[in-house]
Design a protein around this ligand. Sequence first.
Ligand code: FEO
Length: 171
Amino acid sequence: MIKKEMEEELNRQINEELFSAYLYLSMHAYFESIGLKGFANWMMVQYKEEVDHAMKIIRYMHSQGARVKLYELKEPQHEWNSPLDAFEATLKHEQHITERINGLVDLAEKLKDRATYNFLQWYVNEQVEEEENDREIIDKLKLIGDNTNGLFMLDKELAARKYTPLVQEEN
Ligand code: FEO
């Protein structure tokens, strides 16, 4: 059984994950607007993954008989100064999500909520991967600098990213 305090925080996390999706969809539109289709593809995959992250919490809460509530989404930023600026904002946002997940784990420990504690471990691992992916792209963008050829090569690389539903039968 999930206690009220945890239920409330999980509902807030659903909002955080859906806002992440909204932010990355906005970045998808930004990259489309500057003609970087590969970057736009990467952000579209990211958007879908974030919706999956929210759905995973929703399904878990329903399996525990908890009440899911959806809150208003903030308006995301629409413009960035450069691809590097957008990816630095992405990393910063993911670091914020990591803090949120850590807070949820602390709360599960405090409430001795073993099921939610175990459930959250998937998110702990996912955040390590998310931050690593962002750092890798930031490093490449820094190396590329003002080199247009380098930027187009990276765009091609990011075009290859494919979306894999989190759990096949759930989607
Ligand atoms: Fe769902 Fe990118 O954290």
